[in-house]
Ligand binder design. Structure first.
Ligand code: GDG
Length: 461
């Protein structure tokens, strides 16, 4: 807990969503790891959360308090949202920072709304902050806020944490606005990344493209010292343990297993529908496994939960079509009466139900092409309180740095992934238990509360 200064959190989205109803409208909590970890600290220190409401309606919302947290809404118009969010954040930065898996768009007209919306966030943060407060800015949407805020309020401590990977120079230098982004981030006192590689990439680029000087972990810039480091995010481990052990989850998980067939191995995948998550390659790997007879729809089933995401960004529609076609092809070829080879759910489940799915799964398959961390991998591990279950994990997820005893795979190697699935299905119980016990130790030691404490501690130094 901070000993001095309130915590002001600045993120693209508020911890509450606006739901318009016939009676007017209300605010509902949007639960997630970040909210769970930071809400108690904000409450305790009397701080606030600055963010977008999730609606582009003309209506302006005044600051208000929601369950002990000061809420400072930032308004974004429909056309700004397109430039700032759909395009610059999600068609330029997102693909560029994820190894350019899709070609990033570089359009001058989308840069301006990115700058303007960042400026609005900085002003909003400046208006609620008091001298000595800790202002923690999150993610790729708001990389200019640290420097903008410092100009307005040099009397606060500023931290920035990037939830996605920070790319190497070879990619980052494509960005026509590379210097501005680096200078934006250098406005912070602490710049944090998911992995050490991200921190190294940033420090090197800052030295090459700005007047900053120093090492991978400490930079001198405009008379200030900036801490750069890796702060791997985690989950509310105890919550997932408890949720999976609850009577309701136990019953639901038994029900899921029974419906899918108690005699079948269940392979589970849970992702936002995003091209970085490698959903198509993993389906192809499972198809290969069926094709060569190493498993059959009678013996195993793959369950893909795909949460709808960014449906207004053009690339996502195409990707969805491809995945759905692939599921159709696999099922057409390999399903048997009453035994569908691949179950595909394109929808959102309540978190408690997700915990029941984790509990029901013999194998969890997490194979992004690139991922800042990947919380799903950690959540699965947290729910395996009896140390059963096998985790297959991409080497290209930040989580692979910590979850070393998973079956690590290269998501571009379809045959390699099929082999890992085969190995996971047949893994002797003793080996699986040993591996899972080691993985569980990791996520129990390092949860999201520890993550937040460590970051805030670095900000206070
Ligand atoms: C970004 C970075 C980084 C999934 N389906 C449902 C549901 N979820 C929840 C999971 C998990 C979260 O969504 C997804 O988190 P990830 O980490 O896997 O991925 P991104 O959304 O891409 O997150 C990532 C993260 O930020 C944090 O820094 O790890 O690398 O890309 O918590 O449980 N939740 C509910 N229903 C679902 O159907 N309620």
């Amino acid at each position: 807990m901070p000993s001095r200064g309130r915590l002001i959190n600045v993120a693209n989205r508020l911890p509450v969503n606006r739901v318009e109803t016939a009676q007017g409208g209300r605010w509902v909590e949007s639960p997630g790891g970040l909210v769970t970890a930071l809400a108690p600290i904000i409450r305790k220190t009397g701080g606030a959360w600055v963010g977008w409401t999730g609606t582009t309606a003309d209506k302006r919302f005044n600051p208000f308090v929601h369950e002990g947290i000061g809420i400072r809404p930032v308004a974004i118009s429909e056309s700004e949202l397109d430039g700032y969010y759909n395009r610059f954040s999600n068609r330029t930065l997102w693909p560029l920072y994820h190894d350019a898996i899709r070609a990033p768009e570089f359009e001058r007209k989308t840069w301006r709304p990115y700058v303007e919306v960042n400026q609005r966030f900085a002003k909003a943060a400046a208006s609620v902050a008091q001298k000595g407060d800790l202002v923690w800015v999150h993610d790729y949407h708001l990389q200019l806020v640290p420097a903008m805020l410092r100009r307005l309020r040099p009397d606060v401590r500023i931290g920035f944490f990037l939830h996605i990977p920070f790319p190497p120079e070879e990619l980052f230098q494509w960005l026509p606005w590379r210097r501005q982004i680096l200078e934006g981030l250098l406005g912070a006192d602490v710049v944090g990344f998911q992995t050490y590689a991200g921190a190294q990439n940033f420090s090197r680029l800052a030295r090459d493209y700005t007047t900053a000087d120093g090492t991978d972990t400490q930079l001198a810039y405009e008379g200030r010292i900036i801490t750069v480091g890796s702060f791997p995010i985690s989950i509310d481990t105890r919550w997932f343990e408890a949720a999976a052990s609850s009577e309701r989850a136990e019953k639901l998980s038994r029900d899921i297993r029974q419906r899918l067939g108690n005699d079948r191995k269940i392979l589970l995948c849970v992702d936002r529908l995003d091209y970085t998550k490698g959903i198509d390659a993993r389906l192809k790997a499972y198809e290969l496994l069926l094709q060569c007879g190493k498993t059959s729809a009678d013996r195993s089933v793959l369950v893909q939960i795909a949460v709808p995401s960014r449906e207004r960004v053009f690339e996502y529609g195409d990707m969805r079509k491809d995945i759905e076609q692939l599921v159709g092809r696999i099922n057409g070829e390999y399903s048997e009466p009453g035994r569908v080879a691949v179950h595909y759910f394109r929808r959102n489940f309540p978190r408690e139900d997700l915990a029941a799915y984790y509990r029901a799964a013999d194998v969890m398959v997490v194979t992004p092409l690139r991922d800042g961390m990947n919380l799903v991998a950690k959540e699965y591990v947290a729910t395996r309180t009896d140390n059963t279950g096998v985790l297959i994990l991409s080497e290209f997820a930040g989580a692979a740095r910590e979850l070393r005893r998973s079956l690590l795979v290269n998501p571009r190697d379809i045959e390699g992934m099929a082999e890992a699935m085969h190995e996971a299905i047949r893994m002797p119980a003793q080996e699986a238990r040993h591996r899972m016990a080691m993985l569980r130790m990791q996520v129990r030691r390092h949860d999201v509360y520890e993550w937040a404490d460590t970051f805030l501690e670095a900000m206070r130094r």
